[in-house]
Design a protein around this ligand. Structure first.
Ligand SMILES: Nc1nc2c(ncn2[C@@H]2O[C@H](COP(=O)(O)OP(=O)(O)OP(=O)(O)O)[C@@H](O)[C@H]2O)c(=O)[nH]1
Length: 339
């Protein structure tokens, strides 16, 4: 891509908006698709050392609470943190699917987790685009460590964030040049995650790297169905997070009950019963943990996250069953979420 041009453009201008060459190599439309109806959709990972502004950027890029309605396409390795759909009103437009990168993004908890591979490399593998975030004008050992994990085959945009804090703009040009030597970045975007115009511009830049393909998620609001799905994913995420690598991925979570109830105390109240299905007694013991401690933690963490995501009081009841069936009737362990 036009790295040199972008550097020159980015460094000379005051803000970040509109500095890049927006005509650089857009991917072709699908055969037969009219321009207006064409849909683009793809995965974007935001990586960077702590405190460079990844969460701020993600929130600004997503621009709203995470909204997911269904999952037509599986992204088994990836854990989705947010989705932004920019529809063009003619049935086309772009859907940006942001994925979590464990280890780099510690503060922002994910809504969905289908992650089978919890390593950073696994998270980055298979994405269409990586946003490597640094503080504009700075490159430390921490940045270098993260950068060393990135592959040159995946298009990577250098996001030079917090540009608003750089007083000597003239120093940005040589700095960007030095960054160009460190990695074959596709483009350079000096910006501030706190400036909506810059964020809109970054989305526009990202758009071109996402393949032409139908959206994976519908663009509308959360539905009951999606919340049920969300519940399953959240319990599953906690289950695998808290059992480590010991538990086989054949273990599943089934939502047995998902009911909204009227409540005088709470705006919304949702009662959920979920069953964790494992293959062996040994796995069941692993999930339950010593005196039920682990299962209790899975339940508490899942409930807390669901309450945040659904903006509701959640009562979550968790069961563990062994698939073989014979142990089912003794499988009720305890319920969670009651105070
Ligand atoms: N001035 C300025 N501050 C910013 C900008 N973007 C983020 N910040 C601030 O930088 C700090 C860190 O931002 P976060 O979004 O939490 O950074 P992070 O990379 O997600 O950090 P970790 O969760 O620790 O990995 C916060 O105080 C933000 O308000 C920016 O563009 N300009």
């Amino acid at each position: 891509m036009n790295a040199t041009n972008d550097i020159a453009g980015g460094a000379g201008a005051e803000g970040a908006g509109g500095q890049l060459d927006s005509n650089s190599s857009p991917s072709p439309l699908a055969p037969g698709a009219a321009a207006g109806e064409a849909q683009r959709c793809g995965l974007i990972a935001i990586v960077g050392k702590p405190n460079v502004g990844k969460s701020t950027l993600l929130n600004a890029l997503v621009g709203q609470k995470i909204s997911i309605t269904s999952r037509k396409a599986q992204t088994t390795r990836h854990r989705i943190t947010g989705i932004r759909t920019l529809a063009n009103g003619e049935g086309g437009g772009t859907q940006f699917v942001f994925v979590d990168t464990p280890g780099f993004q510690t503060r922002h908890t994910a809504a969905l987790n289908k992650s089978l591979n919890k390593t950073v490399l696994g998270a980055i593998d298979g994405v269409d685009l990586v946003l490597f975030v640094v503080e504009a004008g700075s490159f430390t050992l921490g940045d270098a460590k993260v950068l060393s994990l990135l592959r040159s085959e995946t298009p990577t945009i250098l996001v030079a964030n917090k540009l608003d804090t750089v007083h000597r703009r003239a120093e940005i040009a040589p700095w960007l040049k030095s960054m160009q030597e460190r990695h074959p970045f596709a483009e350079f975007v000096p910006m501030s995650a706190k400036n909506p115009r810059d964020v809109a511009h970054l989305l526009h830049v990202c758009e071109r790297y996402l393949p032409v393909q139908p959206w994976w998620y519908s663009e509308d609001e959360l539905t009951d169905r999606s919340e049920k799905f969300l519940a399953m994913e959240v319990v599953r995420e906690k289950l695998f997070r808290l059992t480590g690598d010991e538990l086989p991925y054949t273990s599943t979570v089934i939502i047995e009950k998902f009911e909204e109830e009227k409540s005088k105390q709470h705006n919304r109240m949702v009662r959920i019963a979920a069953t964790i299905v494992v293959e062996r007694d040994g796995h069941k013991a692993m999930v339950i943990g010593d005196k039920g401690e682990r299962l209790k933690r899975i339940g508490t963490e899942a409930r807390q996250e669901l309450e945040k995501l659904m903006d509701a009081k959640v009562f979550l009841e968790l069961w563990v069953k062994v698939k073989s069936g014979w142990a089912d009737d003794e499988a009720r362990v305890r319920s969670f979420g009651y105070e």
